[in-house]
Ligand binder design. Structure first.
Ligand code: UT7
Length: 335
């Protein structure tokens, strides 16, 4: 069995910065509410004149990760692409990245696990490397929310939270013992699927049905979130996913050098930090500047933390996520 190690990482966010004050001009909200409840100060939203898309942002992040790994596109054996906002209903974004980066005809797999998408994608890629099937895998999380949000007062409970962006890592085979991904832990609880959901258009809610109903109050094609319900489950499941990995690897909380939680809400991260008695230096948050970018959030935060020199050789880095499904999980990495 081989180990899988991150050899390159990078992120890309659209240029347009949207502040809380900008939002208060288009809906009944304000900077104080958003900051107090979520910690978010601003987010990036793709400008209407920009060519950026979920796939293109993913490809841009992927290109950076490949270069930083000291590899070329021809060295990559497989793509795993996580998003809840693909450019098309089908096919998924993985094949777009293969085309955009002009890669050989390697396999491309799409992961549909929302906020946990990157954690799931890392676990999938890890298995392919551990078994020896592939040597270098490009793992991407990318998200384009802003085009599909209800940007009126009706949708303010959700639309102020989400941002656009992408991040990527190259996961490579290593024979170094005890290095790279130590373990991954994945969970789901589908009975809560409707608590954080975008119902249609889908096979349970086709476009003709939506058009036929012609109901101006139909919001089924906007994301819905039962915020407080999701919040309560998030804090519990984040904690469980971290504890599970610590136990599996016979480690304790004090061994964690950097926790990179999914950037769902700064209050959730702070709750986890207090619960595990972690210092500010042990937890990386950037939701203040990018909002919640779902499948991209963990990898954008990981990449930014690495760029800022917050991760050193041999550090124990823990990724954890929770979101729609519900799905949740963690990745334990010895850097
Ligand atoms: O990434 C996947 C996982 N996601 C999460 O884990 C998110 C979990 N949930 C949350 O982060 C929080 O529940 C939210 C940030 C989404 C909402 O915060 P909350 O403290 O749960 O607020 P709430 O939904 O209970 O709303 C409180 C009040 C309501 O007004 P009334 O009924 O008390 O008069 C809302 O209408 O705040 C109002 N409100 C707003 N006011 C100003 C809701 N959104 C806004 C807004 N601006 N944007």
């Amino acid at each position: 069995m081989y180990n899988a190690k991150i050899t390159g990482l990078g992120f890309y966010v659209p240029e347009q910065v949207v502040t809380n004050d900008d939002l208060s001009k288009i809906m009944d909200t304000n900077d104080a509410w958003i900051q107090e409840r979520t910690g978010i100060q601003e987010r990036r939203w793709i400008h209407k004149d920009s060519e950026d898309s979920t796939s293109l942002m993913g490809a841009k992040a992927g290109k950076i990760a490949i270069e930083r790994a000291g590899l070329t596109k021809d060295d990559i054996d497989f793509i795993v692409f996580a998003t809840l906002s693909p450019d098309l209903y089908f096919p998924g974004g993985g094949v777009d990245v293969q085309a955009l980066l002009d890669m050989p005809t390697i396999g491309a797999l799409d992961v549909r696990n929302q906020c946990s998408g990157f954690v799931y994608a890392m676990s999938v890629a890890d298995q392919f490397i551990k078994t020896g099937m592939y040597k270098n895998i490009l793992v991407i999380g990318s998200e384009y929310h802003s085009g599909g949000l209800d940007k009126t007062t009706r949708g303010r409970g959700v639309s102020v939270i989400f941002g656009d962006g992408a991040g990527a890592v190259v996961l490579s085979r290593t024979e170094e013992k005890g290095k790279g991904i130590l373990s991954t832990h994945l969970h789901s609880e589908g009975k809560h699927a409707k608590e954080l959901v975008l119902e249609g258009p889908s096979t349970s809610r086709w476009v003709p049905e939506i058009i036929e109903n012609n109901d101006p109050n139909d919001v089924s094609f906007y994301p819905y979130m039962n915020g407080q319900f999701v919040f309560k489950h998030a804090v519990t499941r984040f904690s469980e996913a971290i504890l599970e990995g610590l136990e599996k690897n016979k480690l304790s909380v004090t061994d964690i050098d950097l926790l990179v939680p999914h950037q769902a809400n700064l209050r959730i991260s702070q709750f986890i930090q207090r619960k595990f008695k972690l210092s500010d230096a042990q937890v990386y948050n950037n939701i203040q500047r990018y909002g919640n970018t779902t499948a991209a959030s963990v990898v954008i935060a990981l990449s930014e933390a690495w760029e800022k020199g917050k991760i050193k050789d041999n550090d124990l880095v823990v990724l954890a996520a929770f979101g729609s499904g519900f799905t949740w999980g963690s990745v334990f990495i010895r850097w």
